[in-house]
Design a protein around this ligand. Structure first.
Ligand SMILES: NC(=O)c1ccc[n+]([C@@H]2O[C@H](COP(=O)([O-])OP(=O)(O)OC[C@H]3O[C@@H](n4cnc5c(N)ncnc54)[C@H](O)[C@@H]3O)[C@@H](O)[C@H]2O)c1
Ligand SMILES: O=P(O)(O)OC[C@@H](O)[C@@H](O)[C@H](O)[C@H](O)CO
Length: 382
């Protein structure tokens, strides 16, 4: 069985590639990083090491790679032959691979009616749906009609903390032991891919909201407050009682609306939160606050991990969130010069004021009661 996976980065090698290998797939990674592509083709294997006492090591074999910037035609051919396509490239990159995916599907559809599932494994709501939308923008109406039955774009939620890697072995990836991959069953075409570690569900929305608004919400607060208090790493930030309190407070707020909205068991959700706090504190993982805080414009977006739970908490619970809005304010203060989006947020604030920045990046307008609280929190932190 052949899997084509876009993005041979942290989650691509450390999580998806790992599970695909153990499920019997040959994996072709598609990436634009020439060094990683060349190393994968030279070694055809890499190590995944668990960040825990004992540091258990796993060798992932049966892998190769294509540089999509140099050999797009090889990517098209691989998609035409594949049994599964997955991505882990980052939400902002999805539109840029849509052309290649469309070409691959076009070539495949011309020679066979074999179904194919394309699963985006990104931290966002509706990642595969977005890819489908961008692919369909490249097609004719006749192609769309043909593709509808043959190709599936099930959405998914993926969870495993994989920090940036600094190993001498450039292919090796250190990952946390925990993982979860949930896939929307109803949009699968053909047979369900038998992948060890996938949980298929009928409705993905509760799972992706629970993951994004717990793991990633807490992580974002740890990152932005970690940065604010001068911490370099997430586990160190979690040792600061003020930051831990803010993170836990935000997770209790998002938890309150998630439990109410989806009917999760409150006790189980409280355990889920505690497990996540432990994962953030894992001393075997060196995870920079600047990785976790990367792309603050994306993270401040109306449907993302800070603003969406804040808005939904006020709608579903009927109260104003405190910690979640402090998280929004801390994200607005994030001025890391190595992050283009952080620079853009700061420039917008300097040139047009924080009010304009809130409206532009979060979609929250002055009519919302949340607006003034964010400004107050921002001014207090500043
Ligand atoms: N690292 C984690 O802990 C984690 C966990 C769950 C989900 N995710 C999600 O997985 C996705 C990837 O994150 P990551 O941490 O692995 O990032 P990463 O930067 O380590 O990997 C992304 C890879 O995509 C490649 N890439 C960029 N443009 C490309 C293109 N046009 N075509 C093909 N490849 C391209 C990059 O070269 C890189 O190797 C993101 O959506 C992230 O939110 C990450
Ligand atoms: O990947 P991002 O930028 O959306 O978010 C940064 C981290 O919160 C994220 O990568 C987590 O490590 C991951 O989502 C854990 O499952």
């Amino acid at each position: 069985m052949l899997a084509v996976h876009f993005g041979a980065g942290n989650i691509g090698r450390g999580f998806i590639g790992n599970l695909l290998y153990h499920s019997g797939y040959e994996t072709v990674f598609v990436d634009v990083n020439a060094e990683i592509v060349n190393l994968l083709n030279e070694k055809n294997e890499y190590k995944v090491v668990l960040a825990e006492p004992g540091q258990q090591e796993d060798v992932i074999k049966n892998v190769r790679a294509i540089n999509s910037a140099e050999n797009p035609e090889k990517v098209v051919q691989a998609i035409a032959e594949a049994d599964l396509v997955t991505t882990a490239i980052g939400p902002n990159i999805i539109p840029f691979i849509a052309g290649l995916v469309a070409e691959g599907l076009r070539k495949r559809a011309a020679q066979s009616d074999k179904p194919l599932n394309i699963i985006a494994c990104e931290n966002m709501i509706g990642g595969s749906s977005l890819l489908k939308e961008k692919v369909y923008e490249k097609l004719t109406e006749a192609e769309i009609a043909q593709f509808e039955g043959q190709f599936g774009f099930p959405d998914s939620a993926v969870d495993r903390i994989v920090p940036n890697q600094t190993n001498e072995d450039k292919l090796m990836v250190k990952v946390e032991p925990f993982y979860e991959w949930v896939v929307e069953e109803t949009k699968i075409v053909g047979e369900k891919p038998e992948i060890q570690g996938i949980t298929y569900v009928k409705d993905l929305v509760p799972y992706i909201e629970r993951k994004l608004f717990t793991v990633n919400t807490g992580h974002a607060l740890a990152a932005y407050f970690g940065y604010y208090y001068g911490e370099e790493f997430i586990n160190k930030a979690m040792e600061n009682p003020q930051i831990r309190e803010l993170v836990e407070g935000a997770l209790n707020e998002s938890g309150e609306f998630l439990v109410k909205k989806y009917g999760f068991n409150a006790g189980d959700h409280a355990k889920y939160i505690q497990k996540i706090l432990q994962r953030f504190s894992n001393s075997h993982i060196v995870d920079e606050v600047t990785r976790v805080g990367r792309s603050p414009i994306r993270k401040l977006g109306p449907n993302d991990r800070l603003v969406s739970p804040a808005r939904q908490y006020s709608e579903v619970v009927g109260k104003e969130p405190v910690n979640l809005l402090k998280g929004v304010a801390a994200a607005l203060l994030y001025d890391f010069q190595g992050d283009e989006e952080a620079i853009k947020v700061q420039t917008t604030i300097e040139e047009n004021g924080v009010e304009k920045a809130i409206e532009t990046f979060t979609g929250i307008t002055a009519e919302s009661p949340l607006f003034n609280t964010i400004i107050e929190q921002y001014k207090q932190l500043k």
